[in-house]
Design a protein around this ligand. Structure first.
Ligand code: SAH
Ligand code: DHB
Ligand code: MG
Length: 223
C-alpha cells in the first residue's frame, strides 16, 4: 500500500510538472492556507486544472462554488471564466473567507469573485430567492452531509447544459458502505442516488488517486 501511495504522488508530481502551469499566486495560496492552519483540503493542482478545463469546455461565464477554503479552486475557476465572467463562492468561516479574499487579490481575480459568508444552505436559498441568473457550472466542495440539499439548490440555480461537479465522493472507498453511520458518507450516497434518479441529470463518477489520496469526483450534466 505504501509503495502505491508513493507512486500516486510521484505520478501527480510528474503530471503537474509536465502539464499544469501553477503560477506564484496559486502556490502562495496553498502555502498561505497551510501556514494559517487551514485544513489541507484544496484540490490538487491537476484537479484545479481539470475544473478550469471543464469550465472552459462548457463555455462557463458564471460559476457557483460551495466551499471556498482559501480560494485555491476559486482562482482556477475565476481564471477559467475570463475577465467578463463571475464566480460566486460560498464559505461558512469568515476567517477563511478573509484569507481567500487576499489570495484572490494576489491572483488578480478578486474583481470577478464574490465570496458569500455563512452557512451555504442559507446563502443558496438567498440566491434562489433573489432569482439569480442560472450558473453554467456548480462545484460542490463543502460539508458532505449537506450535499443532497446543495444539489436541490443547484438544480434551481442552473439551466439545461449546466454542469454540476462534486468533490470527495470516494473518501478511501468509504462510499461503498451502504450501512455507514458517517453522515458524510450518507450525504454522498444520497447525493449520488439523487443524481441517478433525477430525470434531467446525466451523471457519472470517477475515482482518483494522487496527492489527495484515494478519492473522486461526480459529474452531472443538466438537460
Ligand atoms: N474548494 C476548496 C476546498 C474547500 S474545503 C478548494 O479546493 O480550494 C471545504 C470548505 O467548505 C471549508 O472551507 C469549510 O469551511 C467550508 N464549509 C464547511 N461547511 C460549510 C457550510 N455549511 N457552508 C459553507 N461552507 C462550508
Ligand atoms: C475533506 C474535505 C475536502 O473537500 C477535501 O477535498 C478533502 C478532505 C475533509 O473534510 O476531510
Ligand atoms: Mg474537496
Amino acid at each position: 500500500m505504501y509503495e502505491s501511495t508513493r507512486l500516486w504522488r510521484e505520478v501527480d508530481d510528474y503530471f503537474v510538472g509536465t502539464l499544469v502551469a501553477e503560477d506564484e499566486a496559486l502556490v502562495q495560496t496553498r502555502t498561505a492556507s497551510h501556514a494559517a492552519g487551514l485544513p489541507p483540503h484544496e484540490v490538487a493542482p491537476n484537479q484545479g486544472a481539470l475544473l478550469a478545463l471543464l469550465a472552459r469546455a462548457a463555455g462557463a461565464r458564471c460559476v457557483l462554488e460551495v466551499g471556498t477554503l482559501a480560494g485555491y479552486s476559486t482562482i482556477w475557476l475565476a481564471r477559467a471564466v475570463g475577465p467578463d465572467g463571475r464566480v460566486t463562492t460560498l464559505e461558512l468561516d469568515p476567517e477563511y473567507a478573509a484569507l481567500a479574499r487576499a489570495n484572490l487579490e494576489r491572483a488578480g481575480v478578486a474583481d470577478r469573485v464574490e465570496i458569500v459568508v455563512g452557512p451555504a444552505v442559507d446563502s443558496l436559498a438567498a440566491l434562489v430567492d433573489a432569482g439569480a441568473e442560472p450558473f453554467d457550472l456548480v462545484f460542490l466542495d463543502a460539508d458532505k452531509p449537506n450535499n443532497p440539499g446543495y444539489l436541490d439548490a443547484a438544480l434551481q440555480l442552473t439551466r439545461p447544459g449546466s454542469l454540476i461537479v462534486a468533490d470527495n465522493v470516494v473518501r478511501d472507498g468509504a462510499v461503498v458502505d451502504a450501512d455507514s453511520t458517517d453522515e458524510r458518507v450518507r450525504g454522498v450516497r444520497r447525493f449520488l442516488r439523487m443524481l441517478a434518479e433525477h430525470p434531467h441529470l446525466e451523471a457519472t463518477a470517477l475515482q482518483t488517486v494522487g496527492t489527495k489520496g484515494w478519492d473522486g469526483f461526480a459529474l452531472a450534466l443538466v438537460h
